[in-house]
Design a protein around this ligand. Structure first.
Ligand code: 5IU
Length: 482
């Protein structure tokens, strides 16, 4: 196919608004400066025909007996090809019918037939693989997929590893090169998109039950997975870093340092740093916070390899939290790797916080449940937190919780209200032991304050909590694999 046809097609797609630049959240939760929406072509039959021709030409061989378009945009494209090439189609439903035959695949097919997959765009390859899986289950042979655009986020390799060869018409870098060559985008936009591709090359497919079964692995349930194995499937760099710290230092202990002087905070951080994965602060309690204290905290976090976690519980509209996060006396975004936030305001809370992040590596933990007596976090609220997190995996790394609010292995559950002795503090706090937090309440990280900060020997108290919590985690993972 001539380079010219492809270039003309890209320019045409750009003209009709298929390619957009700005700030977008992809289905996976990834933030992207570019969006490619091929659905639009159904309003432009001649463009659709060109796209279908280009896709057809990208196939590696000619002996397919069937073709299947991935819903939705792959469907009209496959239909065009099917009619033009006289190649029969099958259609994979998104959900099985609730009546009649309940089948997942429509159309006539015979076991063993070789089926070509047609898709518009691949990111991680996850939705394409769901289609492949269903077709394999009914006995079809599926080895090749033709796609219009490979966004270069790892889908090509992910599918290759699952035995599906992907043949893209175009990659995102080629698309940008063509738009730049024809002066449709600035050099800046071009570079921004290329940098985005470079930093998101390896997204993974979240293995749903079915995908996992083809590879002979079990369903990935958070509670059963080791921190190490979860590193591979989280798409947030700070979640990965935290899991890495927990694995290498063998600690899932977060110290809650509710103190009023910087000297005391820094002294806790220095003494207990070797035993913790996170230092949870409330720097608004300090009488003497300065930028220098923040710098010293950062230095200690580097020295002892733990992350800084400011428990500010942001909960206002986006514009206000953006200012609270970046400004005021504490300039939290400048030094805290993680912060807590309420889900109450809805997606605006994430938009507001992320607008202040710039190019720093930052994340948040949503307060899903609280340890205090009579907390008002209902099931409905917990569900809302889960969907807010699932739609913003580029920023949300997990939840503060008191039970197994999520089985998604990408998210970490952090549980406060942990103490070895004592049921409460007389002000509503309710305690459980570190073992119960991990084994009964499904915590990944235990948050301990006064159990350590009020102990006579700080270091030995921290070691005791660390050992209780980490051995409970090891038991939990071992129990699931036996
Ligand atoms: N904290 C809770 N419960 C919660 C949430 C946060 O205790 O539900 I959200 C904070 C408050 C304090 C720390 O900073 O965790 C617990 O300290 P003690 O271990 O001293 O109770």
């Amino acid at each position: 196919m001539s380079e010219n046809v492809l270039e003309q097609c890209v320019l045409e797609l750009f003209k009709i608004g298929v390619v957009k630049f700005g700030s977008f959240t992809l289905k996976s939760g990834m933030q992207s400066p570019v969006y490619f929406d091929l659905r639009m072509i159904i309003s432009y039959p001649s463009v659709m025909e060109t796209v279908a021709d280009l896709i057809w030409k990208a196939r590696p061989r000619s002996d397919y007996q069937l073709m299947c378009g991935v819903a939705y945009t792959g469907l009209p494209i496959a239909t065009l090809i099917s009619a033009k090439q006289n190649l029969p189609m099958v259609l994979r439903r998104k959900e099985a019918k609730g009546y009649g035959t309940k089948k997942m695949v429509e159309g006539n097919y015979k076991e063993g037939q070789n089926c070509l997959i047609v898709e518009d765009v691949i990111v991680s390859g996850g939705s394409l693989y769901e289609t492949v899986e269903t077709l394999i289950e009914i006995g079809l042979e599926v080895h090749d997929a033709v796609v219009f655009l490979d966004r270069e986020h790892g889908g090509y390799n992910n599918l290759g590893a699952l035995g599906v060869n992907v043949f893209p018409v175009l990659t995102m870098a080629e698309l940008m090169r063509i738009l730049l060559k024809h002066k449709q985008v600035s050099q800046d936009t071009h570079n921004t998109v290329l940098a985005h591709i470079a930093s998101n090359r390896n997204t993974s497919i979240i293995k749903k039950e079915k995908s996992a079964s083809r590879q002979g692995v079990g369903v990935m349930d958070r509670k059963n997975c080791s921190f190490e194995s979860r590193m591979e499937i989280t798409n947030h760099p700070l979640a990965r870093r935290l899991l890495q710290i927990m694995t290498s230092k063998r600690t899932n202990l977060c110290l809650a340092a509710d103190v009023t002087s910087a000297h005391q905070l820094l002294s806790f951080a220095n003494q207990l740093g070797p035993h913790i994965c996170l230092l949870k602060t409330h720097v608004d309690l300090l009488d003497d916070f300065t930028a220098d204290v923040a710098q010293q905290l950062s230095d200690l976090s580097e020295k002892h390899n733990f992350l800084l976690f400011e428990d500010r519980k942001y909960g206002d509209i986006g514009s206000t939290v953006a200012q609270q996060y970046s400004g005021g006396a504490h300039r939290v975004v400048e030094w805290a790797h993680l912060v807590t936030a309420h889900a109450l305001p809805g997606p605006g809370i994430i938009k507001g916080l992320t607008s202040a992040v710039g190019d720093r590596e930052r994340g948040c933990v949503l307060v899903s449940q609280m340890s205090s007596e009579g907390a008002l976090t209902s099931q409905e609220y917990i569900k809302g937190c889960n969907s807010l997190a699932a739609n913003h995996t580029h920023f949300v790394i997990g939840f503060v919780s008191q039970s197994s609010v999520s089985d998604d292995p990408r998210f970490l559950l952090l549980t406060p209200g942990v103490k070895l002795a004592g049921a409460g503090d007389g002000l509503g706090q309710q305690y459980v032991s570190p073992r119960a937090a991990v084994l009964e309440r499904s915590a990944d990280v235990v948050i301990v304050g006064r159990g350590i900060t009020e102990a006579e020997d700080l270091v030995s108290a921290a070691i005791t909590y660390k050992e209780h919590a980490f051995s409970a985690y090891e038991e939990r993972v071992a129990a699931s694999s036996s």
